[in-house]
Design a protein around this ligand. Sequence first.
Ligand SMILES: Cc1cc2nc3c(=O)[nH]c(=O)nc-3n(C[C@H](O)[C@H](O)[C@H](O)COP(=O)(O)OP(=O)(O)OC[C@H]3O[C@@H](n4cnc5c(N)ncnc54)[C@H](O)[C@@H]3O)c2cc1C
Ligand code: FES
Ligand code: FES
Length: 1298
Amino acid sequence: MSNPLTITINGSDYEVGSDVTATSRLANFLSANQLLGTTTTCYEGGCGACVVVATVPDPDTGTNRTFTVNSCLVPTLACVGWEITTIEALGNMYDGYHPIEMTLVKYSGTQCGWCTPGMVMSMHGLTQSKPNWTPQDVERQLDGSFCRCTGYRPILEAFKTITPQDIEEAGVKKCPSTGKACKGCCSGKVKKGDVTEAKKTTSPTRQLSTKAGNWHQPSTLQELFDILSSLADGTTYTLVSGNTGQAVYYDGPYSEYIYTRNIGELSNVTVAEDRVTFGANVSITRVIEELNTAAASLSGFSYASQLVELWNHLGNTAVRNLGGWAGNVAMKVAHHEFPSEIFTGLLAAEAVITTATPDGATTDHSMEELLAVDLVGEKRVILSMSLRMLADDVVFRTFKVMPRATNAKADVNAGFNIRVDTANAYTVQGTPIITFGGINASFVRATATETALANQSLQDENVLQGALAALASEVAPDNQPADASPEYRLALTQNLLYKTVLGILGDNVSPPISSGANNLERPLSSGTQTFETIPENYPVGMPMHKLEAPIQCSGEIDYIHKHPSLPGELYGVFLTSTQANAQIISIDPTPALAVPGVVDFIGVGDITGVNNINSMSWENAIEPLFPEDRVSYYGQPLGLVVAKDRGSAIAGKNAILVSYGDIQPPVLTIEQALQNPLPPGQFSPVIVGDVAAGFAASTKIVEGSMFRGGQYHFHLENQVTLAKPTDEGGLNVLSSSQWLSETQRSIAQVTGLSHGDVHVSCKRMGGAFGAKIDRCNMVAAAVGLAARKTRKPVRVQLDLHTNMTMIGGREPYLCSYKVGVDDAGLLQAVQVTLIADSGYAAIDISSDSAADTLPSCYSCANWEITPQFVLTNTAVTTWCRGPGVVEGIFFMENLMDHVATELGMDPLEFRQKNLIQDGANVRLGKQMVRLRHQLAGRQGPENIPTELHIPRNLINNMIDQILVTADVETRKAEIATFNQNNLWKKKGLSVMPQLYPYAVSPVYPFASLVSVNAADGSVTISHGGMESGQGINTKVAQIAAKELGIPLTTITIVPNDTHANANSKVTGGSVGSDIAGYNVGEACKLIKARIDAVKKEKGVKEATWQESVLLAFNNGVDISQRFINGPDEVKGYAIFGVSCTEVELDVLTGQFVVTRADILEDAGNSLSPLVDIGQIEGGFIMGQGLLTSERIVYDPTTGEKLTNSTWNYKPPFAMDIPADLRVTILQNAPNPIGIQSSKVTGEPPVCLSFSVAMALRQAVASARQDAGTTGWFQMNAPLTTDYLQRLCLVDTSRLTLS
Ligand SMILES: Cc1cc2nc3c(=O)[nH]c(=O)nc-3n(C[C@H](O)[C@H](O)[C@H](O)COP(=O)(O)OP(=O)(O)OC[C@H]3O[C@@H](n4cnc5c(N)ncnc54)[C@H](O)[C@@H]3O)c2cc1C
Ligand code: FES
Ligand code: FES
């Protein structure tokens, strides 16, 4: 090809170099071209971080279409001829920010900022694809955007306020064509969505040989056929339309990639009187748009609205924009088990698919016929799909039941096409069509059930029961561990048929039953935030956005991955184990070293120091960097391949031969681990009073247990380290670490270097939540070692799969309990055993902390709480937001619910009876104190406080307050009536109080350094804490500005490092902002005092800050100050909180909506209310995910973690959060011992999310009552839709019509 290929990005042309291959993605191209604002996390279309906007010529209409795409999926070569807009085009600190960016800033919609450019670009895409948009459009637009930090509420709220006028006005400053500042060259002609004329033509036919296969780009069907005909037998090829399919099934690599999107004949939509026909390239989004029109305007097409409903729930907006219906169907043809919504819908709608072979011969197929076709083998191309009008009496209904509200694969999807004679006893006319996806690889259609219904009256109970029985006989869901249970999926097929029949019969069934007909409806999200401000304390306590918010929204913010490549830099990829419990016989890296580009393999033999990444662990347990003898879990790192580029490192890793022996079955659960004796080093129990005496004094004894699974932290910035050897033989390291001095120590320990030779720094992290306290050292130590050995800079950023598999998350727990209570409903004795699954080594156990903090706000004279841990063949589990405390409080609330149920008492009344009184003492978490106390020399903590005195218990008042503000009694009564009147929808409402015993170790230094610049009075601060999104920099700056009496704009926060902030402790357990804020405040006070003293001495009364600083400096005064908190200077205290949550549950599907949550949180005098609201909301939603949708599953045979991608691990998305979220920071509650009278907010709100589980329990209990079962039932977590539905005890015999 003579002319170089170019891609237009933000109005400029970027040349496509020879390094771009047929499999290169746009995201890589952007970063290679220094467009670094776009972030990536998953590379599978599942997180939305990488969203950009594309303007793409449509060969059908000859116009351009503008929409969002996942840049991690779009092939780079496909973008030739497109116009790409990235975050860089919107705004920046130099030219001004875009209204979308500034609105998000204003609404405090950022925390770590990793997801933010993707959020902004998603919204930008909406504004560019529609002239007008509704709040519902905004919510739908964000259906694929994941944020772990914010809880989404502020993002939704911000974007809903943006109007077309806002965008129009922005267009005055920014050229919508180039995205750059307007130079007037378009003479106002270029409008939103337009692109320059030159871009309106499709690209010419091309063929390109690349290192990863040949790229063909035909522009006519005949050219496509010619290419296919020319392929020799056995040549591997794929058609590429949207390229989203490879994120679901990776079937490559191929030698030929044939891009079909420029073929006009495949892009048409034709509307005839009786049918609508869609070419194979038509995107799912466009299909939906066209069907919406058809449903509204064509007779016989009203059924299409149900297809729209189904397909609007397919994947997410960006995937539907890029992905085509034909690619989806082809995936189903290749992978029959794929639960395709497109296939299920088209089968129910009797669609006809037309295909052609390269000789041009065409064939029409029904959907079932198509399934039998070998598309690839016959080189057959899908040309089009036709939907015909259906008879007026057809009832057409579709369903998708999935584990969360959006962006999830179906547990089961369904389509029903039933002709019904409503005037004649609702008799089915002929044989209906009933289709299901998600059952097994061979099942698509319920033919026996269709026969059972044929020509029968739907009003006949026997017919319905016969059809349900037929379903039971023909539906045999397969048993895949990571999928929903077969039992649930069978029940779903029956319940969805039942729903359909109820919907058809409408008012002919009694009202309590008719509640089964409809799906749950989630109202538009809303929220309120209430807090007091004390202007005389400003800027402390001033509601302000985070300092970094504007640069987060514009993508200008720096993370480690943006650090430019260093000369000679190498990239490392871990070799990980494919066995969970086996002996390593040999690791042969020789084939890897033969791979071009591979430089070295770093294995256990290369460790020059000690093979242990931790310097601090329970009972001095060892955690080797690489195992020497046996592997302990699937995914354990065995070594690091370093190469000149990532691709070579991966190829090298794949070439390494590892052989294993003595392969033993993995131990994967706490129950399995308990088959063996407990490992040594168990904790001592917490004993208060005498439980035996307490049980003797009890009139009722209640016993039970609860299991709660683990949680992946899901920080969006995967673990990353960059290490560069220094000229003196040491290492300069950038590591995304919550605890730089421990990372320094880990690298020094493994390499044998002195700590002084290892300099670690980090400016900020893209989220952490505890995963970067010591787990980051698995990466950092390996990178340090590799840089030492190769004497080259080495970088590793884990991909999501490796991050999820190699690194452990929150510990799973099993809790069993026995509780004694007297006739008055007062606790007499609480005996609990808490068992944490610590993974394969006892490193970061939290069960002793859980034991200490379990009592929460409850009083009992006698406690015996035994913390234990077990070892399993899984990755070392670790601290995660509120470790131990979250578990203790969850389990306590569960047992309180249990006892209340057994007593037949209102759960809140029982709780209120047992609250602690003013002046009580509660225990502090030992684990946190121990961790925080640990000094360099490994000494155990001495004289640490174990109790916290509670002078005033705020809980009583807080409960009273929420009872009023959340209108609890009225809503409880309404819910009782609702539950009585509805059999298949149930509501629940809970109120949960909490005492979070915030612990600070007496010795817990954060070294902070404040420097004032003499020349202009500006101030730089390095505070020893790590910014991970929690707002530490903002809070510290607010305190410094107040203490120095200067504007916030004078202050710059510079990175934390192991020199300026040597020996600083971990930013975890919510202490970071607290202690860093204290130290910076104290340093500022000292500086201020020295400056004031000089002014006094010199008799200067009136002077600006700048003049004062200069005066002090010129008089030899040190205007910098380092400050480290001494023993016991920062103290812990009790943090109170109350939440009230309401849910609505669909008993037939297990899906639920959190309709409202009220949170009342004690933050003292909040240091920064908007930052704290963000912590409260984000913490609550993270807890909700832990308790509901986030399920971790291992392969029982191999021990492989199966939930290791966005496809099968489901944290909450925007439409899962409480529809109405009201957060209040307790007013008039200054904390006398807190920093600036505040309390911390990072972790306590996670605990309050247990109110979601409590509310779900009530909804489930009502359903069980209808099923004839009353009383307590064990409810484990996560409460997935699958599990919830099974708890409701729906038996087919109860699926009746009267
Ligand atoms: C994050 C994510 C979430 C998703 N969620 C869902 C979901 O909830 N439900 C669901 O049903 N799907 C889901 N999908 C799948 C998605 O719908 C498909 O990936 C998409 O529709 C495929 O279309 P495409 O144009 O990208 O195909 P491509 O990826 O380009 O191609 C896919 C396959 O189709 C073949 N193919 C393409 N065009 C033709 C043709 N004309 N003739 C013959 N073969 C052809 C290709 O050879 C290839 O094998 C999801 C995908 C992602 C990435
Ligand atoms: S990185 Fe593209 S969607 Fe996650
Ligand atoms: S701000 Fe959204 S992931 Fe951190």
